[in-house]
Design a binder for this molecule. Structure first.
Ligand code: PLP
Length: 416
C-alpha cells in the first residue's frame, strides 16, 4: 500500500523545483529560489522549526558530520535558513551566502573569519554607528586596527593603506547622510593591495545595487531592514564566493553560533518576494518627499542621492539602478547646536502618522534623531567627524500615501 503522505518518484520529481532554468531575472529569482519543497509539495516555502535532524544510521550520521552537506543540527544549518541564503545569493549574483542572527553579527563573522591580530582595516567614517563602535572598540581589543577615512575622498582611502591592510569596508549610501562611494574605484584600490572590499548593501538592497557586479568581493546585509521590509525580525548575511562563504565563514559560524533563527529566516525569505516592488515604490515616494523638503523654508539642507543637488548624484544613479533608495535626512535651519536640536525635536514630536523609532526599511515611515539615537554612543568628536549635527532628522519612507507623509512633516514643521 502506498503511503498517502509520500508521493511516488515521478510525482516527487514533478514538484521538486529546486533546479530552475538558467537566465531567470532577479524578480523571478526573488520569488522562486529556495530549496526543493518537501514530499508534500508546499507552494510557499516551509518553516522548519527543529534543532536536530534524525539520521538513518550511524554511518550516514558520521558522513554528514564531516561533509556538512546535509542537515545535522540547526546551529550548523537548517533548510529554511538555507533557502534564505540561496535566495539572497541569487539576488546578489553571488556564489553563496551565509545567514547570521543580525546585521552586526554578519560583521562579527566577517572579521572573525578573515582577520587576525595585527591585520588592518580601512573603513569609511560615515558608516552605521554600531559598525564604527564594533571596529574601533571591540575589534581593537583583539589587535585588529581600523583607520577611518572619508566616505567620498579616494585619496584618503589610498593614503590609509598599509602593508597589513586586509580589508576595506564601505557602506553606500551611508546612514543617515546618504553619502555615496564609488564601489568600483574602492574595489580596484583593495585589489591592487591584495585586500578585499566588503560593501554593506543594507540601504539599497540587491533590488537597486549589486556590489559584486561592480567589483566588490563580499556583500554584507542587515536583513532586518529592507529584506524583511515590514519591521518584524532581525537578520543578517554575508554574500560572496564559495571559497569564502563555505570554507572560511561557514566553519566560524558553526563554531561561534551567530546563527539565524529559522523563524526569522522564513519571515525574511517571504519578505524578499516583494523587495523589488517595495524598493521602487518607496524610492519614488522618497524623491517626492525630498523635493518637498528642499523647498521648505525651515530646512537648511536635504541629503538624498536622488536629488540633483546631491554631491554624488550621478554616481548614485549609475550604481543604484537610477533610484535614490528610501532613506533621506535633512538639517533644520538654526544658529546654534542647541537651537538645531530643539527644532529637530519639535519636528519629530509634531508628527502624528510617522513612527518615532530607530529602524528603517519598514512599510511604516520612521522618523529619527540620529545624534541622540543611532549615533548617540559616539563621542561628540566622532559625531562631528561623521557630520551628524544636532539639527539632523532622518526619515525612512514607507508605503503610506506620500501626501500623508508630507502633511505629517508639515505638522511638525509648523510646530518648529
Ligand atoms: C541596521 C544596520 C546595520 C545593523 O543591522 P542589525 O540587524 O541591526 O544588527 C548595519 N548596517 C546598516 C547600514 C544598517 O542600517
Amino acid at each position: 500500500m502506498t503511503d498517502p503522505a509520500r508521493p511516488g518518484d515521478a510525482e516527487a520529481a514533478r514538484i521538486a523545483r529546486a533546479r530552475l532554468p538558467e537566465g531567470l531575472r532577479p524578480e523571478t529569482l526573488a520569488v522562486r529560489t529556495a530549496l526543493a519543497p518537501s514530499q508534500h509539495g508546499e507552494n510557499s516555502e516551509a518553516l522548519f522549526l527543529t534543532s536536530a535532524y534524525v539520521q538513518p544510521d550511524a554511518q550516514t550520521s558520521a558522513r554528514r558530520f564531516t561533509d556538512m552537506e546535509d542537515f545535522t543540527y540547526s546551529r550548523t544549518s537548517n533548510p529554511t535558513v538555507r533557502s534564505f541564503e540561496a535566495r539572497l545569493a541569487a539576488m546578489e549574483g553571488a556564489e553563496g551566502a551565509v545567514a547570521t542572527a543580525t546585521g552586526m553579527s554578519a560583521i562579527l563573522l566577517l572579521i572573525m573569519g578573515l582577520l587576525k591580530s595585527g591585520d588592518h582595516v580601512v573603513c569609511s567614517r560615515s558608516v552605521f554607528g554600531s559598525t564604527i563602535s564594533l571596529f574601533a572598540k571591540e575589534f581593537g581589543k583583539f589587535g585588529v586596527e581600523t583607520s577611518f577615512v572619508s566616505q567620498t575622498d579616494l585619496a584618503e582611502w589610498r593614503a590609509a593603506m598599509r602593508p597589513t591592510t586586509k580589508l576595506l569596508f564601505a557602506e553606500t549610501p551611508t546612514n543617515p547622510l546618504t553619502d555615496v562611494c564609488d564601489i568600483r574605484a574602492l574595489a580596484d584600490l583593495a585589489h591592487d593591495a591584495g585586500a578585499l572590499l566588503t560593501v554593506d548593501n543594507t540601504f539599497c538592497s540587491p533590488a537597486l545595487q549589486r556590489p559584486l557586479a561592480l567589483g566588490a568581493d563580499l556583500v554584507m546585509h542587515a536583513g532586518t531592514k529592507f529584506l524583511d521590509g515590514q519591521g518584524r525580525v532581525m537578520a543578517g548575511a554575508l554574500c560572496g564566493p564559495d571559497k569564502l562563504i563555505r570554507d572560511v565563514f561557514g566553519p566560524v559560524l558553526r563554531t561561534a553560533g551567530m546563527t539565524l533563527a529559522p523563524f526569522n529566516a522564513w519571515v525574511v525569505l517571504k519578505g524578499m518576494e516583494t523587495l523589488a516592488l517595495r524598493m521602487k515604490a518607496q524610492s519614488e515616494a522618497t524623491l517626492t518627499v525630498a523635493h518637498w523638503l528642499e523647498r521648505h523654508p525651515a530646512v537648511a539642507r536635504v541629503h538624498y542621492p536622488g536629488l540633483a543637488s546631491h554631491p554624488q548624484h550621478e554616481l548614485a544613479m549609475r550604481q543604484q539602478s537610477g533610484l535614490g533608495g528610501a532613506v533621506l535626512s535633512f538639517d533644520m535651519r538654526a544658529d546654534t547646536p542647541e537651537a538645531a536640536r530643539a527644532a529637530a525635536f519639535r519636528v519629530i514630536d509634531g508628527t502624528r502618522v510617522l513612527s518615532i523609532a530607530t529602524n528603517l526599511g519598514d512599510t511604516k515611515s520612521i522618523i529619527t534623531h540620529p545624534a541622540t539615537t543611532s549615533h548617540g554612543r559616539l563621542t561628540e568628536a566622532q559625531r562631528q567627524a561623521s557630520g551628524i549635527g544636532q539639527g539632523l532628522v532622518r526619515l525612512a519612507v514607507g508605503l503610506e500615501h506620500v501626501d500623508d507623509i508630507t502633511d505629517d512633516l508639515q505638522r511638525g514643521m509648523t510646530a518648529a
